[in-house]
Design a protein around this ligand. Structure first.
Ligand SMILES: Nc1ncnc2c1ncn2[C@@H]1O[C@H](COP(=O)(O)OP(=O)(O)OP(=O)(O)O)[C@@H](O)[C@H]1O
Length: 602
């Protein structure tokens, strides 16, 4: 029973969408299942009637006409039921797609962000995310189909038993092997799909590179198309060959079984001839018996397919619920939202963080104390750990060791929404939402999404208003080229929009993880100065590779290999003549060289 626990859960879910669907479906299937028996009887009478009419034993053709009309009406009823069935199946499938996808999005919303560092987690999400509705409906549909066919099988059996019991035995013996083969290959198909998902994701990824403006640009310029297409071909071919090889084995087994079934039906034919010879069958019964036997054969095949498909769907459904039920290890019980919480000071003690599957920590035993209203710049070479530190402060990654406190609260115990209230952030890889300008800025603080006063203020402060007001529909202009009618912006313009998104939130802590890389140096300095102005009473933490921009910070933190190696203000660090001074001097020399070269060329 435990094996089918998830099937029962799926039934309950289906029942919440429409209580009557299952009941109505059962009634329709029962009617559909009985039609073949009625049809057999009518055909038997039609053939007998026609035989009598031809041999002039029947004086009026009226009874024959009525029988024919009944036969056509039975077909009409069957086809009407079919249409109703299709309509409601589609209705249920769409509703289920909606509910199942919404559940996945809600699960992903609540799950710790660091799970997205684990490829198998991605694979699992990818496996279940697309239009899963039909997979949920399949067991119930297959059960209903099986029910309909079982009713038909019973009617055929009943009819055949009335002709001769041996015909029933043959029908049942033919059933078992087919069912066993279908079940075995249903499980193999699921396991193959599970195994192939990694490659499938890669092929999808390559495909997506060809449908994305940014990547297409590089593919063209670097001439990568052929290489990528070749790589895609190899992966697809490997997957396809595996699918085909499994299918080949399945079809071989099925062909063997079909042969056995045909032999069994050959024996049935001998029985029929024997009965005919001994006058135990009239012409009408002969036609109906042959039809009953043929239908029994195909019905039995269908029942076994449906039953195997229920088992196969159970794997998919269990896979879905496994994702939805996924419980995180060491998940801490979060505190109730604290009232009047002050996030200051921010105290980081002995913080160590190692990415999943990494061989060494990216943050090592780091200590940092951030006071209210402090403006702190974090510098360091690529890979020194700046972004990782910021993601730890934002609670996106759970520390491997050490603690981070916001005021008197350990962030491990804080709910995401309680932490979020105090912080606004712009990442270096901020999102370019393919929505309108208003939404792109308003997303910084969803409560102000419709408040044009705030949106315009944020756009003005970030310097975005000058170009936004010139756009065809100003703040209602759709951004990006993904959908029709959208307008794309330059890298720097997108960044200003992202900066406006941070300004609108008005939170006490602002974190800027190098969001100004696309801006020219003077604009970057302007933006940082702007942040300084608007954040007089705020705490700002920013990272930048432009040393001239970080000079204005109250304190500069220099990181190397995941640790803080120097800290102090610009003057102090220059006098220290260490890593910071070296980095600063290197950039200053570079700018001087550039300027003198420009002077020489002029
Ligand atoms: N998702 C990840 N999984 C594993 N290792 C990672 C991941 N992201 C970063 N790292 C590693 O962690 C270290 C610190 O990376 P981080 O991105 O924090 O550096 P950074 O100082 O922000 O660099 P940059 O200046 O280039 O943005 C690097 O060695 C990097 O390779």
């Amino acid at each position: 029973m435990n094996k089918f626990r998830n099937l029962i859960r799926s039934l309950r879910l289906i029942n919440t969408i429409n209580k009557f669907w299952i009941v109505v479906s059962i009634i329709l299937r029962l009617i559909n299942g009985l039609i073949p028996l009625a049809s057999l009887w009518v055909i038997q009478e039609i053939v007998n009637g026609a035989h009598q009419l031809i041999s002039n034993e029947l004086l009026s053709f009226k009874p024959l006409l009525i029988l024919l009309l009944i036969q056509f009406s039975l077909s009409l009823v069957k086809s009407i039921i079919q249409h109703i069935k299709h309509f409601f199946n589609k209705y249920m499938e769409l509703k289920l797609n909606y509910i199942l996808t919404e559940k996945i999005m809600n699960k992903v919303k609540d799950i710790s962000y660091h799970n997205f560092e684990i490829p198998s987690f991605y694979n699992h999400q990818f496996r279940i995310q697309n239009n899963y509705g039909h997979k949920f409906l399949r067991p119930i549909q297959s059960s209903l189909d099986a029910l309909e066919i079982i009713v038909s099988v019973l009617s055929y059996t009943f009819y055949l038993f009335y002709v001769h019991w041996i015909l029933v035995v043959i029908g049942i013996v033919a059933f078992l092997p087919t069912f066993l083969v279908q079940s075995k290959y249903g499980a193999s198909r699921f396991n193959l799909m599970k195994y192939q998902i990694k490659v499938f994701r890669e092929t999808n990824y390559i495909n997506s590179l060809f449908s994305n403006k940014q990547s297409l640009k590089e593919i063209r310029v670097f001439g990568l198309a052929e290489y990528l297409i070749d790589r895609w071909k190899k992966l697809i071919n490997t997957n396809n060959n595996e699918i085909l090889s499994l299918l080949k084995r399945e079809k071989k087994a099925q062909t063997g079984l079909d042969t056995i079934t045909s032999i069994l039906y050959g024996i049935a034919s001998i029985v029929i001839i024997y009965l005919l010879k001994n006058n135990k069958l009239n012409i009408g019964s002969l036609v109906s018996t042959i039809q009953a036997l043929q239908n029994l054969q195909s019905s039995i095949n269908q029942v076994s397919t449906f039953m195997a498909s229920i088992r196969e769907s159970n794997y998919y459904i269990s896979d879905y619920f496994e994702f939805i039920d996924f419980k995180e290890e060491n998940k801490v019980n979060k505190l109730k939202s604290p009232k009047n919480m002050s996030p200051f000071p921010i105290q980081i003690t002995n913080l160590t963080y190692q990415y999943p599957f990494s061989s060494s920590p990216s943050i090592k035993n780091l200590n940092l104390h951030i006071k209210e209203n402090e403006k702190i710049a974090i510098v360091g070479e690529n890979g020194s750990g700046k972004s990782t530190l910021i993601k730890n402060i934002l609670g996106l990654y759970p520390s491997t060791n050490g603690e981070i406190y916001f005021g008197s609260y350990n962030i491990k115990n804080l709910r995401e929404e309680d932490l979020r209230k105090h912080v606004t952030v712009i990442f270096q890889d901020y999102v370019k939402y393919q929505f309108n300008v208003k939404e792109n800025i308003g997303f910084g603080c969803i409560e102000k999404e419709d408040n044009m006063e705030y949106i315009k203020y944020a756009a003005k402060e970030s310097g975005a208003s000058t170009f936004v007001e010139k756009l065809p529909n100003s703040y209602n202009t759709h951004l990006g080229k993904l959908f029709s009618g959208g307008i794309d912006l330059s890298g720097g313009q997108w960044q200003r929009i992202a900066i406006a998104r941070a300004i609108i939130k008005d939170s006490p802590i602002i974190i800027l993880d190098e969001p100004t890389a696309s801006l020219d140096p003077s604009t970057e300095q302007y933006i940082f100065k702007k942040f300084h102005e608007i954040s007089e009473n705020k705490t700002v933490l920013f990272t930048s590779h432009r040393m001239a921009s970080v000079k204005i910070a109250d304190r500069i933190i220099v990181m190397k290999n995941g640790s803080i190696i120097e800290e102090g203000n610009h003057k102090y660090l220059m006098e220290l003549n260490g890593e910071y001074a070296r980095m600063y001097q290197k950039q200053a020399n570079w700018y001087q060289d550039e300027a003198s070269m420009e002077g020489a060329n002029a």
